[in-house]
Design a protein around this ligand. Structure first.
Ligand code: SF4
Length: 489
């Protein structure tokens, strides 16, 4: 999949899942990687009570910040402006892309280097810029691999987790001039680094994501392990940060607990190798840093999530990826099967809200509601409840009092709705229910052997020869007659 095509999510979901399940190499790659990541996270949280206390603190911080989101965003804008950072508001993906392109044009810029940014994947920035003559190079090693392979990320933290080292060795050998096949991981990383280093110096603009935006100080916080984030945000003369509006926190005091939760949950590290805090462009007495810093605050459906008290919890997410690592479905089908920018449990909640249930509502099916994701989530998002709510909304045609999720009722099937209505009617009328049971048990031989896709991997249910009520009645009758018989003896 070379680019994210929202229109294909619902249409191709079942096929993608089927294909992923057939791919034994892919399944082995994900199983191994997820076991590794879960093990690392568990090692970081040996004290269960301490973990719970920290999760409670993380949840409270995110809830407090979200409860004052409009005010904090205004404060953030004011502080940034005072610090010399230019703030732009983008209501939609199209607006965000247009703002970024305009900044590029203002500087006659044609080359961009990018630090890892899922928000930029969300708005389809790379392809948009390519269509407008801008060369856009990913500098995070995983993103670079995925870009080289003309694919999309399969995990929000580890974009190339679906590939093993043999596949990456083949890719480098085929796509980078003069590179020999090598499975030596250090060598592969060295090759990527050599290619990228020169690009940092040639780039006109660097674009990054944002992990936390601090309203109190107008500071952009960026968590990373490779140093590419720091290079992206300091070497090119212009830095653009793309930031979802939910990323704002009240003060610097909120950062340490969230950072602790993020790095330990994401990669099982006590702290990442780099933690960047950007509060202004280069000052006159400073030797490095960009001359201009821009922040693009992206809404793209987040205000709609915010308006619904239950779905607002989606915005607590700090994008650690732990829910994916712990999801039995994601582990088996991998990220590309979802067909959206955000896969796994958080993807099943975010994607249908951004692109609408009519576009991405199908992916809410890929969940057994076992709740492992919610238990792993460092900010206690009840993911299973939110997935269930969105499933319901996909089939619910009744208007709700808050702005309904886009595409509400889009997956409703008339035949299914009629079936459930009949079922509800039977359960409300005991006489009718008994009659239906009587008929079903007597005509069981006529029960269909196939019921659409349901019976592709299962056998069709067949009514029993006698209903439970009949069996119970028979048993009590035979008990009564044996007692009667005993008395006569
Ligand atoms: S929903 Fe929770 S576990 Fe999943 S990415 Fe967001 S913060 Fe992490």
């Amino acid at each position: 999949m070379s680019r994210f095509e929202p229109a294909t999510v619902n249409l191709e979901f079942d096929k993608r899942v089927g294909d992923a399940l057939q791919d034994q190499e892919l399944r082995a790659n994900f199983r191994g990687a997820m076991d590794f990541l879960m093990g690392k996270r568990a090692a970081m949280f040996p004290d269960k009570e301490g973990l719970e206390a920290l999760r409670t603190q993380g949840e409270a911080i995110r809830n407090r910040c979200l409860s004052q989101l409009p005010e904090l965003l205004e404060q953030f804008e004011q502080r940034c402006t005072e610090n010399g950072i230019q703030v732009h508001w983008a209501e939609t993906a199209q607006e965000a892309n247009a703002i970024i392109l305009e900044i590029m044009h203002k500087h006659d810029a044609t080359r961009m280097v990018k630090g890892k940014s899922m928000a930029s994947e969300e708005i389809g920035l790379n392809h948009f810029l390519a269509d407008h003559g801008v060369e856009c190079l990913e500098t995070d090693m995983g993103e670079y691999i995925v870009q080289l392979a003309d694919e999309t990320p399969s995990h929000i933290i580890m974009p190339a987790i679906h590939k093993n080292k043999q596949q990456i060795a083949r890719l480098f050998n085929q796509k980078i001039d003069g590179v020999e096949y090598s499975e030596n991981v250090d060598r592969l990383i060295g090759i990527g680094r050599d290619v990228l280093r020169q690009k940092f110096f040639e780039a006109d603009v660097g674009l990054s994501g944002v992990n936390f935006a601090v309203a109190e100080t107008g500071t952009l916080c960026l968590v990373e392990n490779e140093g590419n984030g720091r290079m992206t945000t300091t070497v090119p003369p212009v830095h653009i940060a793309l930031c979802g509006i939910e990323k704002v926190v009240e003060s610097l005091r909120d950062i340490p607990p969230l950072l602790k939760l993020l790095t330990r949950s994401a990669t099982g590290q006590a702290i990442t190798t780099y933690f960047n805090m950007i509060s202004s462009p280069r000052k006159p007495d400073e030797k490095d840093g960009p001359k201009e810093v821009h922040v693009v605050l992206l809404d793209n459906g987040r205000s709609r999530m915010y308006a619904d008290k239950q779905l607002q919890q989606t915005l607590r997410c700090i994008r650690c990826g732990a829910c994916m690592n712990h999801c039995p479905v994601y582990t088996r089908i991998g990220g590309h099967a979802y067909g959206t920018t955000y896969p796994g449990p958080i993807g099943q909640v975010v994607s249908p809200q951004i692109w609408g249930l009519h576009t991405a509502g199908s992916i809410t099916k890929a969940c057994s509601l076992n709740g492992a994701c919610g238990e792993a989530c460092p900010v206690k998002i009840p993911l299973a409840d939110l997935i269930r709510r969105l499933r319901y909304e996909s089939n619910n045609s009744e208007p709700t009092s808050v702005p309904a999720p886009r595409g509400q009722g889009a997956l409703r099937k008339r035949s299914e709705a009629v079936t459930w209505k009949l079922w509800a009617l039977l359960l409300h009328k005991p006489g009718l229910y008994a009659l239906a049971l009587f008929i079903a048990t007597r005509l069981r031989a006529l029960a269909p052997r196939r019921i659409g896709p349901w019976t592709r991997y299962r056998s069709a249910p067949k009514p029993a020869a006698r209903s439970l009520h009949e069996l119970a009645a028979q048993r009590s009758q035979s008990n009564a007659s044996s007692q009667e018989h005993g008395r006569h003896e």
